[in-house]
Design a protein around this ligand. Structure first.
Ligand SMILES: Cc1cc2nc3c(=O)[nH]c(=O)nc-3n(C[C@H](O)[C@H](O)[C@H](O)COP(=O)(O)OP(=O)(O)OC[C@H]3O[C@@H](n4cnc5c(N)ncnc54)[C@H](O)[C@@H]3O)c2cc1C
Ligand code: FES
Ligand code: FES
Length: 484
């Protein structure tokens, strides 16, 4: 397998113009975040750094990309966590692009006007980020429900205004949803993006200290993986970017998988659903919430919309975090992971893929290709998450449970927990105590006592070991009551 010769620059649209960046010539790091790039420009300082870890939303910008039908899709993202090369072939929209000059006056965008009308801003530090989340919703949803509005605004913290005026403003703006200057200009943007995207070459940015590859096809990604087996891979970069923004590590070599179409595959039939590793968690939430409600529920409390817009399933599995939320649930679904190398695939159960604390069975020349989730109508599958707050928080304890009862007795059970061991793990002793037993209060009480001693969780900033044991026990009791 050979790789195409590659190009050294990236191109994207900013202020309606194509911007081309030659990192080497301009002495820029390819892992420069979009936020730091914007802050280096004289006229794009609206996006702010509040936390540099995806929690506050002050850095929110909108990225518009072409979908399968060449229509523009607008997504809010945290610019503090995303490296500049991901903009290749996309439009970057910042708060400065929203208001229009009208002679000596300025016409605010409807979302900005609504924020003024509803008194949704005080000190204003959070406001550019809030405006951009409102704008992404304005461009993608007509008359959204209050649930959809809250979900779109979850990733934006505000210390002064109180959230109600902001939510009211979002509702007001999105209820009108009239064409704006972006609607009028969209044909021009679409043709510019098509022009950039017509080059299907791997972007290869090689500076004195860093190498950054952005392959456009799976074949090119696998060729790079073979050539540079130790190189860090990123997709949404919501985990990896923290190494740079919080630990100040220099990321020397990166293979960015974020534009590979083959990894964004999705298929379903009566027997199974296949989710590509490169699908964003938000795309998965939209596609599967009906067929796999437990996965939909889990994703509704996973991070924020800005994070889910870029974070991927492959990235969550790749981190193999003991508190990665997809893992216990995928174990409960009895899912398999499909790994790809050069010209062959291998499939193994998710449980076997996670080998230890942040350790996977991924081999040197492999990538995570997809996840296969079997559809069993007869099973009940649930997900539970215990965290300090409901939204935008990682789990203290999480659980994915599967149950099948035939004639009143348990014929199949899986109790997988996150946050209870060095990796997401099944409570095998507890499961065994319930297998082929009657699903009743007495047996559950007995099983809960076994569960209490089955794991030795750590105590950390999130909670003590005792709390985790109690939480796990209570989740089992909750599951019992919900499935009675
Ligand atoms: C504010 C915030 C909130 C968060 N909330 C949650 C939460 O609620 N629950 C939760 O579980 N996590 C949470 N996370 C963690 C993170 O967002 C998730 O783990 C996410 O799924 C990572 O996906 P990514 O595409 O961004 O991964 P990346 O950072 O791009 O990559 C992560 C790892 O996966 C590997 N990888 C990625 N794709 C592949 C592939 N195709 N093949 C092989 N390896 C691959 C990479 O090499 C890397 O080691 C949060 C993070 C932040 C910053
Ligand atoms: S700076 Fe806080 S989310 Fe980016
Ligand atoms: S208006 Fe001050 S932080 Fe939101």
């Amino acid at each position: 397998m050979t790789m195409n010769s590659g190009q050294h620059t990236i191109s994207f649209i900013l202020d309606d113009e194509i911007v081309t960046i030659d990192f080497k010539q301009e002495k820029l790091s390819p892992t420069l975040t979009i936020l730091n790039y914007l802050r280096s420009l004289p006229n794009h300082k609206g996006a702010k750094e509040g936390c540099a870890e995806g929690d506050c939303g002050a850095c929110t910008v909108v990225v518009a990309d072409l979908d399968e039908e060449n229509k523009l899709v607008y997504r809010a993202i945290n610019s503090c966590l995303v490296f500049l090369p991901i903009l290749h072939g996309k439009q970057l929209i910042t708060v400065e692009n929203l208001a229009k000059k009208n002679g000596r006056d300025i016409d605010l965008h409807p979302v900005q006007q609504a924020l003024v009308d509803m008194n949704g801003s005080q000190c204003g530090y959070c406001t550019p980020g809030i405006v951009m989340s409102m704008f992404a919703l304005y461009k993608s949803s007509m008359n959204p429900s209050s649930e959809v509005i809250k979900d779109a605004m979850t990733g934006n913290l505000c210390r002064c205004t109180g959230y109600q005026p902001i939510l009211n403003a979002t509702e007001l703006a999105c209820s009108k949803n009239e064409p704006d200057q972006f609607s009028k200009n969209q044909n021009d943007i679409i043709s510019k993006l098509k022009e950039i995207k017509s080059q299907k070459l791997t972007v290869q940015i090689i500076t004195k200290t860093q190498k950054y590859f952005l392959p456009q096809t799976l074949a090119d990604a696998l060729a790079l993986r073979k050539k540079f087996p130790k190189t860090i891979m990123v997709n949404g970069s919501t985990d990896i970017a923290l190494k740079q923004t919080k630990k100040f590590e220099r990321l020397k070599e990166i293979i960015d998988l974020s534009v590979i179409r083959e990894l964004k595959c999705f298929s379903e039939n009566k027997k199974e659903i296949i989710l590509g590793s490169g699908l964003s968690l938000e795309a998965i939430k939209t596609k599967v919430s009906e067929k796999l409600p437990a996965l939909g529920n889990m994703l509704s409390v996973f991070a924020s919309k800005q994070i889910r817009n870029v974070a991927t399933l492959g990235g969550n599995l790749g981190t193999a975090s003991p508190i990665g939320d997809t893992i216990p649930l995928l174990i409960a679904y009895d899912s398999k992971i499909r790994l790809v190398k050069e010209t062959s695939f291998r499939e193994i159960p998710i449980e076997e893929f996670i080998k230890g604390h942040r350790e996977t069975d991924l081999r040197n020349n492999e990538l995570i290709h997809s996840v296969i989730i079997p559809l069993h109508q007869e099973h009940v599958v649930r997900f539970y998450k215990v965290s300090k707050r409901r939204d935008l928080d990682i789990s203290t304890v999480s659980a994915g449970f599967r149950l099948e009862i035939i004639n009143g007795t348990v014929s199949d059970i899986c109790l997988a927990f996150g946050g209870m061991a060095d990796r997401p793990k099944r409570a095998v002793l507890t499961e065994a105590s319930l297998f082929q037993k009657v699903w009743n209060a007495e047996n559950i009480e007995m099983a809960a006592n076994i569960l209490e001693n089955e794991f030795s969780p750590i105590s950390d900033a999130r909670s003590g070991s005792g709390f985790r044991k109690m939480a796990a026990k209570n989740l089992l009791l909750k599951f019992y009551h919900e499935t009675l």
